[in-house]
Ligand binder design. Structure first.
Ligand SMILES: C[S@@+](CC[C@H](N)C(=O)[O-])C[C@H]1O[C@@H](n2cnc3c(N)ncnc32)[C@H](O)[C@@H]1O
Length: 244
């Protein structure tokens, strides 16, 4: 993988603290955005979540408000946004760490769900990022796009129409699906696509595009079914012993 593939080109780090605090927290892109609400329904019943590109902690705020019992870790490269999250949730400050998704190998643990919302569009390429994140997911990887992959003409991998100060890519739909279904290791057991997950900010040139969520299901590890069955049997046996 070339260094160019991993280059981050962004401008959030130059923002004022005030802007960093309200970024994607308030307004149409805030906590009531349908794609955020759907993500929370997709992680219901799971026990841990890694929020990649967590920004200023909006997702964590929603998890706390809904009292979801989720072991949460948020990672991001923009210290200014992480600082806002730590200030808002001082008791949970350790849950917001400055780690790039390209450094996920250094993280020792895996999570039931890895969520990545509105980040892949800002990268030079989705492929290395998706594999890094998928490797950390025990059950599913949830990818949310505000610029959903679309069929592009003449074999292009991405459309850079919205590029200004940073990457704002629309990826080719066919190539993206092909990547998810044939190039990930291990191959996903299922890929669920959730369409029409809320529009963008009306001031943005991509306002007419609806968010799309890709839920990439990891196959169950060998033996894990037997293991959980065994656990259940053990519990029943213990219960029987108790009542006899
Ligand atoms: C558009 S914001 C989305 C924030 C949040 N996921 C949300 O939906 O509110 C993109 C975020 O991705 C982060 N980001 C960009 N490149 C990253 C990387 N290589 N590793 C981790 N985070 C990254 C940025 O710092 C920024 O906080």
């Amino acid at each position: 993988m070339s260094k160019q593939n991993l280059k981050v080109k962004e401008n959030w780090r130059h923002w004022t603290p005030e802007l960093a605090k309200i970024f994607l927290r308030c307004g149409p892109e805030g906590k009531s955005h349908p794609s955020r609400v759907t993500v929370l329904s997709l992680v219901e019943g799971l026990s841990s979540i890694l929020d990649v590109g967590c920004g200023n902690g909006v997702m964590f705020e929603m998890i706390r408000e809904r009292r979801l019992d989720l072991d949460y870790l948020g990672i991001d490269v923009t210290e200014k946004l992480l600082k806002v999250a730590r200030q808002l949730f001082p008791a949970d400050a350790h849950r917001f760490r400055r780690i790039s998704l390209y450094g996920l190998k250094s993280l020792r643990r895996n999570f039931d769900a890895v969520v990545c919302r509105h980040v892949l569009e800002h990268l030079p390429d989705y492929a290395p990022a998706v594999q890094y994140m998928y490797s950390r997911a025990k059950k599913k990887l949830i990818l949310v796009f505000f610029l959903p992959p679309q069929p592009l003409s003449s074999g292009r991998k991405r459309d850079e129409r919205f590029e200004r100060d940073f990457y704002n890519h629309t990826y080719d739909l066919g190539k993206f699906i092909h990547h998810l279904s044939t190039e990930l290791s291990p191959a996903p057991s299922e890929i669920r696509i959730h369409l029409h997950q809320g529009g963008g900010d009306s001031r943005m040139p991509w306002a007419d595009r609806q968010n799309v969520i890709y839920e990439v299901m990891r196959p169950m590890e060998k033996g894990s079914l037997n293991h959980s069955k065994m656990k259940r049997t053990d519990k029943v046996t213990q219960y029987r012993k108790k009542i006899l």
